[in-house]
Design a protein around this ligand. Structure first.
Ligand code: TXA
Ligand code: MG
Length: 323
């Protein structure tokens, strides 16, 4: 059984000790919860892949305190990297650049590049500080499942993992995974949309190639990533919601609705969603898990009518949840 613990100084010390001993630990970040291991311990990193059931070709993000620690694991850190770190770290932005020779290939799924991020969550930073090293961590969910934004979600994902320590840091504020930008080549490239938007990044480093994320995610291994609930989920337009519900009176349906919407039958479970992009993102994964848990035959998600900025990241995750 996993064990959820409060982030007391003793718990942080115990978690750091576990990391030093080659164990994995689940911890909160402002985006989603992570399942961490010592970047420089290949067998500990291997445990992450085993526990998650993660494809071996999908590389991990190295979590660290700041730019000076990032410089220890990268071989190339140009002005774009410095400018983005200065503007967005600590925070929900992951930078991909050439890795340093000292980093085991296990931590990058064999790639010559490494993804680095300085998380903003106070508990993540306390853990990094107590550990003193770099922590490789994917989202703390089984591969292909919805990312966890609460300690309880992690416990549900890994209910059969004996003695997994989960540090409780409350609900993740951002709620969707970090933005990933590839700066390993001259042309800056978006690999994943997030709370730091394309426009935010372009304001700092100039033009960024976002063609890869407006269609399919170009990150290695992510062709397989769906972020899906177990219940079949579909996107519907707000205008169609009332009609679909009327027509399926007897069907158990869970729905994430932005418009005010009353459920015509008691077999319908309505989850009201915020109409602002940041608040919607923060609520999304928790709402998908709630929809999954009510035993509905299908999940309907009202398609947000807005686009641009953080909404683009939300639409990306909704496509994956329903794809
Ligand atoms: O918000 C987040 O990023 C969370 C928290 C825990 O920090 N972590 C997270 O990790 O979402 P994960 O493993 O679920 O997603 C990491 C993404 C994947 O799409 C992966 O392919 C990409 O980052 N990535 C990692 N290293 C890379 C590299 N060297 N080159 C290109 N993409 C990379
Ligand atoms: Mg993930």
């Amino acid at each position: 059984m996993p064990r959820i613990v409060e982030p007391t100084p003793q718990a942080i010390q115990e978690a750091a000790k576990r990391l030093r001993g080659g164990d994995v630990v689940a911890f909160p970040t402002e985006t989603v919860y992570g399942l961490g291991a010592d970047t420089f311990n290949p067998s500990a990193v291997g445990m992450i892949y085993a526990v998650k059931g993660r494809p071996a070709n999908n590389p991990l993000i190295a979590h660290l305190m700041d730019e000076s620690q990032a410089r220890l694991v990268v071989a190339a850190w140009d002005e774009r990297c410095s400018a983005l770190a200065a503007r967005f770290w600590p925070g929900p932005l992951t930078i991909v650049t050439t890795k340093h020779d000292s980093v085991p290939l296990r931590a990058t799924a064999g790639l010559p590049t490494i993804a680095v991020r300085a998380p903003a969550h106070a508990v993540a930073r306390e853990l990094l500080e107590a550990f003193g090293g770099v922590i490789s961590a994917p989202s703390a969910n089984r591969s292909g499942r919805v990312s966890p934004t609460r300690a309880q979600h992690v416990a549900e994902e890994f209910s059969d993992v004996a003695d997994l320590m989960i540090i409780d840091g409350g609900a993740s504020e951002v709620g969707i995974e970090s933005t990933v930008v590839d700066l390993s080549r001259r042309r800056s490239r978006m690999l994943r949309l997030g709370a730091v938007t394309v426009a935010d990044i372009e304001a700092v480093v100039g033009e960024v190639d976002a063609s890869a994320v407006t269609g399919q995610d170009a990150s290695p291994g992510t062709a397989l990533q769906h972020y899906s609930p177990r219940t079949p989920a579909e996107l519907v337009d707000g205008d169609d919601l009332a009609r679909i519900l009327r027509e399926s009176r007897d069907e158990a349906i869970a729905m994430l609705a932005i418009s005010r919407c009353s459920a015509p039958g008691k077999q319908h479970h309505v989850i009201p969603m915020p109409d602002g992009a940041d608040a919607y993102a923060a609520r999304l994964y928790d709402a998908l898990r709630e929809a999954d848990a009510v035993g509905a035959a299908r999940i309907l998600i009202e398609r947000p009518s807005q686009a641009g900025g953080v909404w683009d990241a939300v639409h990306d995750r909704l496509r994956r949840a329903t794809g």
